[in-house]
Design a protein around this ligand. Structure first.
Ligand code: GLN
Length: 306
């Protein structure tokens, strides 16, 4: 069985390895400098068994794939009602970095776009940015089953070029959505986008969510470490917004073609969860015009059908 799965994974990778469509993200030099042919595919069963194909040990930055994890952490820490008061759950149909809020409520439309993700960071408890970040790092690391670190050059670039995110954060502050100083919140947001991960880390993080979704009575347990990381209710909500909003303004296409809760990032990663079964992590940095990895979308879509 293991051999069959491995062969199938290699097959999917080979099928999409020649993809040259799409373009590297160029808004910061670090993302424009990566090898466009990098291609890693990892699958983690909910019991922690991992299959890898291609460049599964190559590190890249997590970018927007951080969003569902910080949202889950905020839900876990302050509860659904408090989070819902600040962040909606409606697909926006807009670009991820749109400067927008819900017209009536003046809150971000969902946590998978930058406005909602920045608000989610502000909801993670912490007396200082360092404290808040430490909590986020601990949670991500618990999901991945290893300590994750940031790429300092990407963090510095994100911070230097982050005018759009600053505009969003100050807008949120003006609407009373942000808990804390906008620049301090953004500093943590830029750091969380800069975590270095591999496709295998993403698969493990997804498998953690997959397993949590299956263990209603017991709450979420990391398949690698056996550690409980959050409540199943939290995971169900997180998976719901990944389904409806995880692939930016291509979320509808994704839901109809693939259907799995997923999240992409401009670093070239995609994380996808088959609740109760497995987690998928893909890395291929050539992006389509919505910011989703071209080969990554094709591979993640093919994986569970095998
Ligand atoms: N750091 C990026 C930003 O906030 C993340 C974007 C992304 O992956 N879509 O703009």
């Amino acid at each position: 069985m293991a051999e069959l799965v491995q062969r199938y994974l290699n097959l999917i990778r080979d099928e999409h390895a020649g993809v040259t469509d799409g373009a590297l993200a160029t808004y910061i030099p670090e993302l424009a400098d990566v090898d466009p042919n990098g291609f890693g595919l990892s699958l983690s069963l909910s019991d922690g068994y991992v299959y890898e194909s291609g460049d599964a040990t190559v590190e890249f930055t997590i970018q927007s794939i951080s969003k569902p994890f910080t949202y889950a952490l905020a839900l876990d820490q302050i509860g659904q009602d408090a989070v819902d008061a600040r962040i909606g759950v409606e697909p926006s149909g807009e670009a991820f970095n749109e400067i927008s809020v819900d017209a009536a409520k003046k809150t971000p439309k969902n946590p998978m776009i930058n406005a909602g993700a920045i608000a989610a960071v502000s909801l993670v408890p912490g007396a200082t940015p360092d404290e808040r970040f430490a909590r986020i790092r601990e949670f991500y690391s618990a999901c991945a089953g290893r300590p994750l670190d940031i790429d300092p050059a990407v963090y510095a670039s994100e911070k230097k070029t982050g005018s759009r995110n600053r505009a969003i954060a100050y807008m949120l502050q003006s609407f009373g959505v942000l808990d804390g100083d906008p620049d301090e919140v953004l500093d943590v947001y830029f750091r969380q986008c800069s975590f270095k991960v591999t496709s295998t880390d993403l698969a493990r993080m997804a498998a953690t969510l997959a397993r949590m979704a299956a263990t209603l009575a017991r709450g979420g347990v990391n398949p690698m470490t056996g550690r409980r990381v959050t409540d199943t209710v939290v995971v169900q909500r997180t998976l719901a917004v990944m389904v409806t909003c995880g692939m930016y303004d291509a979320a509808g296409d994704w839901a109809s073609a693939v259907g799995m809760p997923a999240k992409s990032g401009v670093g070239g990663g995609i994380v996808a969860v088959l609740p109760g079964q497995l987690g998928i992590g893909v890395y291929s940095p050539l992006l389509d015009d919505k910011g989703n990895s071209v080969a990554g979308s094709a591979c993640a879509g093919a994986c569970p059908n095998g």
